[in-house]
Every structure is written in C-alpha cells, then in structure tokens.
Design a protein around this ligand. Structure first.
Ligand SMILES: CC(C)(COP(=O)(O)OP(=O)(O)OC[C@H]1O[C@@H](n2cnc3c(N)ncnc32)[C@H](O)[C@@H]1OP(=O)(O)O)[C@@H](O)C(=O)NCCC(=O)NCCS
Length: 177
C-alpha cells in the first residue's frame, strides 16, 4: 500500500463496540498486581475515523513510510477493508506493529489474522527476532485478538497522566528463528 492510497483509510469503518475491558487489580499473588477482564456496565461505541482524523495522521504515516515502515492493505472487490502498519527493524532487533484496523462490517472473517501474519512475515524478512505492539488495556477485544495469535504481556504503562486514555499494555511475540 503506497502513500497515494492512505486517503482510502477514511472509508474504513474503524469504530468498535466495547463491552469488556482489562483492569489492573491488587492481588495477594506474585508481585501483587494481576490483570483481570471485566464487563463494562454500559458498553460504548468508539467513533470511526473520518477524513479529518485520517488527514491528521497522514503526515506521521508519510514520515513512517519514508523511514522504512510498510503498510499492508486488505482488499475485497478492490475496496480497502483493512490495513496494518509495520515499522522498520528497530535498533534492538524488534519490529513494532503500529496500527491494525479492519472495517467493522468485515471483522471476524480472518482478515485481521492475515494482516498480522503479513506483519510477521515482514518482520522475519527484516531478520527481527520479535514483533511487539501496544494498545489500551481497555481494548479487551484487541488484547484477546493478539493473545490468540501468540502475543504475550511485556508491560503495562499508566499513561493516564500524559494521554487522555487509560493504561496501555504492550504485548510481544518472539519469531521462530
Ligand atoms: C482487532 C481486529 C483488527 C481483528 O480483526 P478481525 O479481522 O476481526 O480478526 P480475525 O477475524 O482474523 O480474528 C478474529 C479473532 O480475534 C478475536 N476477536 C476479534 N474481535 C473480538 C471481539 N470483539 N471479542 C472477542 N474476541 C475477538 C477472536 O479470537 C476472533 O476469533 P474467532 O472469530 O474465531 O472467535 C479488529 O477487530 C479491529 O479492527 N478492531 C478495531 C481496531 C483495534 O482495536 N485495533 C487494534 C488496536 S492496536
């Protein structure tokens, strides 16, 4: 997917319904904190990115591409229905999966898994040993999606003070050498 196709991302319905979230809880086990999944009292629906949000991200994406990142798009009948953005090989020998979105009407059909597989293929091509990514802890569906694909917890960061969102979670998968 080249820079000329980035505008098409505005036509992907990136919204999602959130019914569950992960939260950090004090526990008597291990170091005293555990992650647990809980149902939201009132499910929320995040809004889809429109042209404004996509335009706002465009400069960063162009810079990412110029720095060696790769966009992979998923197409159905020539329509863009999903994408993943994968970094270049970072200095610690890892690759970061920056963003992954599948159009809401086309989820749970294997497109997200195919995009992750593509990202991992790219990481292997770059001779990276690990793929990692971050998402908000509240995004339980994404966390479960990555867990089911072999990603494991490597960190939890309380970003509430610097960003207008809850704690962030980092997950990683070591690639077979
Ligand atoms: C996460 C996302 C990319 C997955 O794409 P997808 O095309 O639906 O993924 P697949 O069809 O390959 O895999 C679906 C699997 O992921 C998990 N999963 C996906 N959505 C889920 C949900 N809402 N609840 C629970 N598990 C979910 C399940 O394991 C599911 O497998 P199953 O259908 O056999 O139960 C997509 O849901 C999405 O775009 N979400 C909004 C954006 C987002 O959260 N991105 C990640 C932020 S970094």
């Amino acid at each position: 997917m080249g820079a000329n196709e980035l505008g098409d991302i505005a036509r992907i319905d990136t919204s999602q319904e959130q019914t569950t979230e992960y939260v950090l809880k004090r526990s008597k086990r291990a170091l005293g904190l555990t992650l647990s999944r809980r149902a939201l009292e009132s499910p929320t629906i995040s809004t889809s990115w429109g042209a404004r949000e996509v335009t706002g991200r465009m400069e960063l994406w162009r810079r990412n591409l110029a720095d060696g990142a790769t966009f992979y798009g998923a197409h159905l009948a020539e329509k863009l229905v999903g994408f993943v953005l994968v970094s270049w090989r970072l200095s610690d020998g890892t690759v970061e999966l920056y963003s992954i979105f599948v159009d809401r009407a086309h989820r749970r059909q294997g497109i997200g898994s195919a995009l992750v597989a593509k990202a991992e293929e790219r990481a292997a091509e770059l001779r990276a040993h690990t793929v990692h990514m971050s998402t908000t802890m509240a995004n339980a569906a994404a966390v479960d999606f990555y867990r089911a694909r072999g990603y494991r917890l490597i960190g939890v960061y309380d970003t509430t003070k610097v960003k207008d969102k809850g704690a962030e979670i980092s997950l990683a998968k070591e690639l077979a050498s």
